[in-house]
Design a protein around this ligand. Structure first.
Ligand SMILES: Nc1nc2c(ncn2[C@@H]2O[C@H](COP(=O)(O)OP(=O)(O)OP(=O)(O)O)[C@@H](O)[C@H]2O)c(=O)[nH]1
Ligand SMILES: [Mg+2]
Length: 451
């Protein structure tokens, strides 16, 4: 029997009928498992065709199997992958047999957890695996891929190296209490802390883009009743999703559809029009529109080219800027628009006909352009941090600001060092593998204190 806590097994592909299904097992001596099931073990990383026989000797399926020797596997342990025919019943039989042989059902994420614990990836890379699996657009995929290849980890390594250097200089003086840090050294340290603050704030600024990539860009279509908002949504979605009618006030409740525009995923929301004299039911619809508007990332303000421009309520307009709003002048098949010069701001303008379908390539390009500008660049790589990273970076910033204040206010060096150590801990949480004491020990080992 295998040691129960060590060997895990799970279906690696979704349950359902498919061409193949993959069952995976990981444990310290999977090669023994391979030998007992298949009689012999081929070279690692070599796929082999064989009959899978269960413990009773019955053939379950003919399969292709590969084993990966530690540490050159996803988990860092010996790992076995079995590809069977894609019948969920067969995959289940194989899994049950592995369990009967002493494997335990893997918990969600346990293969990746082992990869992290065995040093195959840092925590930000483990999170990138999830992002990669759930990516719904080209940009989300690209960013997850870069994070998996260590983009965020490398940025953190840079910040940590500088912070450790600062800490080393400060702590050298704690060991020699008779001397205080000379003023010019303090000033130099403040400059270094400011560099750290800048780098950390730059990372923080990618939070918004991160949530846009992970959740989709919340794009609210708004405007006066009958302007063609629902027709616009239908055109963008590519089917008759929303009711369209010549009657103003057709859309009462908002509705949401996911679409891909260029490399981005959008959550497109059609709303009730802003009727200046609404019925009680329309009024409730308008309130819902405003609720959506205050949370929007992007606005498509639909304007009827054949009618005088109607201004939007200030609650919505206050959130709209030329960087997040496109004025979509609709119904240009009826008339040339005469009213865009009365727009309250310098919004980019796109002329379309939702009825005929003209202008939509330009509209999609304009949406892509605004979405691209939501990105805050850090060097060549796209970094888009998640909520957990943001929380850690926020604490790191607080520590840095407090250390800077103390340095400038001539407060005891020990306290400055304590702030910076807590920043180091927060930085460490992002990759999840910083052993601060070890880093500091290493650094001090090479640091000439007596200087
Ligand atoms: N000629 C023309 N008519 C259009 C165009 N777009 C929409 N319409 C018509 O305008 C009317 C209103 O369209 P909807 O898409 O329902 O407008 P809406 O803004 O969603 O209206 P509410 O939900 O009532 O606020 C319908 O009769 C559409 O066929 C267009 O580009 N050209
Ligand atoms: Mg509508």
């Amino acid at each position: 029997m295998l040691p129960a806590t060590d060997y895990i097994a799970a279906l690696a592909t979704p349950v359902g009928t498919s061409a193949i299904a993959v069952v995976r097992a990981s444990g310290s001596q999977v090669v023994e498992l391979v030998r007992t099931i298949f009689g012999s073990a081929p070279l690692p990383r070599t796929a082999q065709h064989a009959d899978y026989r269960d413990l009773n000797g019955n053939v379950v399926d003919d399969v292709l199997f590969t084993w990966f020797a530690a540490p050159h596997s996803y988990t860092g342990q010996d790992t076995l992958e079995i590809s069977s025919h894609g019948n969920p019943y067969i995959a289940q039989k194989i899994l049950e047999d592995l369990l009967a042989r002493g494997c335990r059902s893997a918990e969600p994420g346990e293969f990746t957890q082992r990869a992290f614990l065995n040093g195959r990836m840092d925590l930000s890379q483990a999170e990138a695996v999830m992002d990669l699996i759930h990516a719904r657009s080209e940009r989300a995929l690209l960013t997850a891929n870069q994070q998996l290849r260590g983009s965020l980890g490398r940025k953190m390594t840079e910040l940590i190296a500088l912070l450790v250097n600062i800490l080393a200089q400060i702590e050298a003086y704690i060991d020699f209490p008779e001397e205080d840090l000379p003023n010019e050294n303090k000033q130099a340290l403040v400059v270094d802390i400011e560099i750290l603050l800048k780098g950390t704030n730059q990372l923080m600024a990618t939070r918004h883009y991160g949530s846009l990539l992970r959740e989709g860009i919340k794009t609210v279509i708004l405007g006066e009743p009958n302007a063609g908002k629902s027709s616009l949504l239908n055109r963008l979605v590519g089917c008759d999703r929303a009711l369209v009618s010549p009657e103003p006030g057709t859309t009462r409740d908002y509705l949401e559809e996911r679409i891909i525009v260029g490399p981005h995923a959008l959550r497109l929301i059609d709303t009730a029009g802003f009727n200046l004299a609404p019925s009680p039911l329309e009024q409730r619809g308008i309130e819902k529109t405003l609720e959506q508007a205050v949370e929007a990332d992007l606005f498509l303000w639909v304007i009827d080219a054949s009618r005088p421009l109607v201004q939007l309520p200030s609650v919505a307009l206050n959130h709209m800027t030329p960087a997040n709003t496109i004025a979509v002048i609709n119904k240009v098949d009826l008339t040339a628009d005469q009213f865009h010069s009365q727009l309250p701001q310098n919004f980019p303008i796109v002329r379309v006909s939702a009825l005929v379908g003209t202008g939509f390539v330009t509209l999609q390009n304009q949406i892509t352009q605004l979405a691209e500008n939501f990105r805050s660049d850090i060097g060549d790589e796209i970094i888009a941090i998640n909520a957990r990273h943001a929380q850690a970076l926020d604490l790191a910033i607080q520590g840095l600001l407090s250390a800077k204040d103390k340095l400038q206010g001539n407060i005891a060096t020990e306290l400055v060092s304590s702030d910076l150590r807590s920043t180091l801990n927060s930085y460490g949480e992002i990759s999840g593998k910083i052993d601060n004491e070890r880093i500091l020990d290493q650094l001090f080992a090479s640091f000439c204190i007596g200087k």
